[in-house]
Design a protein around this ligand. Structure first.
Ligand SMILES: Nc1ncnc2c1ncn2[C@@H]1O[C@H](COP(=O)(O)OP(=O)(O)O)[C@@H](O)[C@H]1O
Ligand SMILES: [Mg+2]
Length: 271
């Protein structure tokens, strides 16, 4: 099945612009052929010309400016860009946490969102209780809940922390517990917003290792990893670079590193 013939499992409600013309739900012919020619793998995420603006005291500010992004299924994809360029806004639009003014989103399969600050995501006193929290709405038998919690904790190497009070964890352990909370719900796509911002190097490595362990495994989980840390680039299967509300370029980590070096950035992997 080609990427474009896949069902849109998460199609955002038509926005003002799409309601008017519906045009943005269909790709122009030339774009369609480019996508088919360049994509050998199915896509887990496809955002097409998303625009988002926010109302502020000084009027509307356009934060996403026809931003488009494609992420192959089963990949660890990094979204890089300077602070304020719109990375979190794009991720939130992908996760259905905000509705764009125009453009379309396809996320192929259930998704889980993990925020920059785990203290905003972990709400219950112990790790196991927290990981089980999101399962409440599924009305599972207690055995199934326990099994899913254990599996999710194992997947991020946190099985020994099940009974630990959340406040005794390090930042990286909290992030891994937050990821487990999302994993227990069996997502196909992980949307991960700057998980390593507040972490030291050891914790950072632990979180990256945990996410990489989930990607490309039998369940073909896809991770979109937002960061502004260039040193994380070599970890990725692919990467995109954003600037001022647009995705400027997408390619291999090395290709993106070279692009950034041309812009004047000191990229550790090219040293
Ligand atoms: N809810 C909001 N209301 C108003 N402005 C916002 C809102 N969310 C983000 N912004 C603005 O949009 C711009 C991009 O923000 P963001 O997507 O968080 O960037 P990044 O994640 O790349 O740092 C920033 O200028 C930010 O202040
Ligand atoms: Mg952000």
């Amino acid at each position: 099945m080609t990427a474009l013939s896949r069902p849109c499992l998460q199609q955002l409600a038509p926005s003002r612009a799409t309601q008017r013309g519906r045009a943005s739900l269909t790709k122009p012919r030339h774009l369609r052929s480019v996508v088919l020619a360049s994509t050998t793998q199915a896509l887990a995420i496809e955002a097409d010309r998303l625009s988002v603006s926010f109302k502020g005291s000084s009027g509307h500010k356009q934060v996403l400016k026809r931003a488009s992004l494609q992420v192959p299924e089963g990949s660890f994809h990094i979204l890089l860009g300077p602070n304020g360029c719109g990375k979190s806004t794009l991720l939130r639009a992908l996760g259905g946490l905000l509705t764009p003014d125009s453009g379309t989103v396809m996320v192929n399969g259930p998704h889980g969102f993990v925020f920059q600050n785990p203290d905003h995501q972990l709400v219950l006193p112990t790790v196991a209780a927290d990981v089980a929290f999101g399962l409440g709405r599924l009305r599972l038998a207690a055995d199934d809940v326990n099994r899913r919690v254990q599996q999710a904790l194992r997947a991020v190497s946190m099985e020994d922390f099940a009974d630990r009070p959340v406040h005794t964890l390090s930042g990286g352990q909290k992030q891994r517990a937050a990821i487990a909370g999302v994993l227990a719900q069996d997502p196909k796509v992980l949307l991960l917003d700057e998980l390593t911002t507040f972490l030291d190097d050891d914790d950072r490595e632990g979180v990256i290792r945990a996410v990489k362990g989930l990607v490309g495994g039998p369940s073909r989980v896809t991770a979109l990893w937002v960061t502004h840390r260039l040193e994380e680039l070599p970890e990725a299967d692919g990467a995109s670079y954003m600037e001022d509300g647009r995705v400027i370029t997408t390619g291999s980590p090395r290709g993106i590193a070279k692009h950034l070096a041309k812009l004047g950035a000191r990229v550790p992997m090219l040293r």
